[in-house]
Design a protein around this ligand. Structure first.
Ligand code: NDP
Length: 241
C-alpha cells in the first residue's frame, strides 16, 4: 500500500481531527491518539467508511509511558512510523497575577512536556529507520506575546525552539513547525479565567479559519519529497492583526 504511517496526537477534535481526515484522504494510514476514545472511534469509523485507513489508541501526552505505548504499538503493527504530528494542546488564559498555577502547569505538561514525550518516543525509531517527519503544532502565540497568554505563549515559544534544535541535530529527520492563528476548534472551552476564555472563544468564532485550513498546511509539508523539509508554516486568518 502507498501512503505513510502518520500518528496524530489530540485527534479527537479541532485541528487534529481535521488533520486525520485530510491525511487519510491523501492515502496515508492514520493512527489517532487522545483521551476521548469515543470521539476517536467515531472518527476512525468515518475514515474507514470513506475508504481510508485509520486506527486509534487512548493517549495521554502528559504520561511518557502512554506516549511510548502509542508510538511503539503503531511501530510494531506497521514496521515503521513515518510521521508524528504533535498536535495535542490546551490554552487556559489568565493574567499572571491571578496565580492560576494549576492551569500553568497543565499547559506546560500538555503543550511542552507532551511534545517532548512525542519526540522521545519517536526519535529512536526515525533514526533507526533512517528518516521520518516530526510535525509540531505551535501557534502564532509562539511568535508574539499578548496579555493573559504569557504561559500559553511560553509553551509555544518553547515548542518552536525545541523544533529548531531537533531539526539542527537530525539531518535525516524532517521537522516542521505549524503556527496557526485563530482557528475554529474546542481550544478555548476549558480552564483559564472564565471571562478571558469567553472573550477568546468569541474572537475565535468571529475571526477563525476552519481547522481544515491548518490541516491543509500540514498535508502540504507531509507531502513533500524526503529531501525537502518545510520548516515552518504560519497560517492565520487574513483579518488577524
Ligand atoms: P481542541 O481543543 O479542539 O483540540 C485539542 C486536542 O488536544 C484534543 O483532541 C484533545 O483531546 C487533545 N488533548 C488535550 N490534552 C491532552 C492530553 N493530555 N493527552 C492527549 N491529548 C490531549 O483545540 P485545537 O484543535 O485548536 O488544538 C490543537 C493544537 O493547535 C493545540 O496544540 C493548540 O495549542 C494549537 N493551536 C490552536 C489554535 C486555535 O486557534 N484553535 C491556534 C494556534 C495553535 P482529548 O481531550 O480527547 O484528550
Amino acid at each position: 500500500m502507498n501512503g505513510k504511517i502518520a500518528l496524530i496526537t489530540g485527534a479527537s477534535s479541532g485541528i487534529g481531527e481535521a488533520t486525520a481526515l485530510r491525511l487519510a484522504a491523501d492515502g496515508h494510514h492514520v493512527v489517532l491518539g487522545a483521551r476521548r476514545t469515543d470521539r476517536l472511534a467515531a472518527l476512525t469509523a468515518k475514515i474507514r467508511a470513506d475508504g481510508g485507513r485509520a486506527e486509534f489508541r487512548a493517549l495521554d501526552v502528559t504520561d511518557l509511558g502512554s506516549v511510548r505505548a502509542f508510538v511503539t504499538s503503531a511501530h510494531e503493527a506497521h514496521g515503521r512510523v513515518d510521521v508524528l504530528v504533535n498536535n495535542a494542546g490546551v490554552m487556559q488564559l489568565s493574567t499572571l497575577d491571578t496565580l492560576r498555577i494549576d492551569d500553568w502547569n497543565r499547559m506546560i505538561d500538555v503543550n511542552l512536556r507532551g511534545t517532548l514525550h512525542g519526540i522521545a518516543a519517536v526519535l529512536p525509531i526515525l533514526r533507526a529507520q533512517g528518516g521520518g517527519h516530526v510535525v509540531n503544532v505551535a501557534s502564532t502565540a509562539g511568535l508574539r506575546v499578548d496579555p493573559t497568554a504569557a504561559v500559553y505563549c511560553a509553551t509555544k515559544f518553547a515548542v518552536r525552539a525545541l523544533s529548531e534544535g531537533l531539526r539542527q541535530e537530525n539531518t535525516d529527520v524532517r521537522v516542521t513547525i505549524i503556527s496557526p492563528g485563530f482557528t475554529h476548534s474546542e481550544l478555548a472551552d476549558q480552564g483559564g479565567d472564565p471571562e478571558t476564555q469567553a472573550a477568546a472563544r468569541a474572537a475565535s468564532e468571529r475571526l477563525g479559519i476552519p481547522a481544515s485550513a491548518v490541516a491543509d498546511a500540514i498535508a502540504y509539508a507531509v507531502g513533500q519529497p524526503a529531501a525537502v523539509d518545510v520548516n515552518e508554516i504560519v497560517v492565520r486568518p487574513t483579518v488577524q492583526t
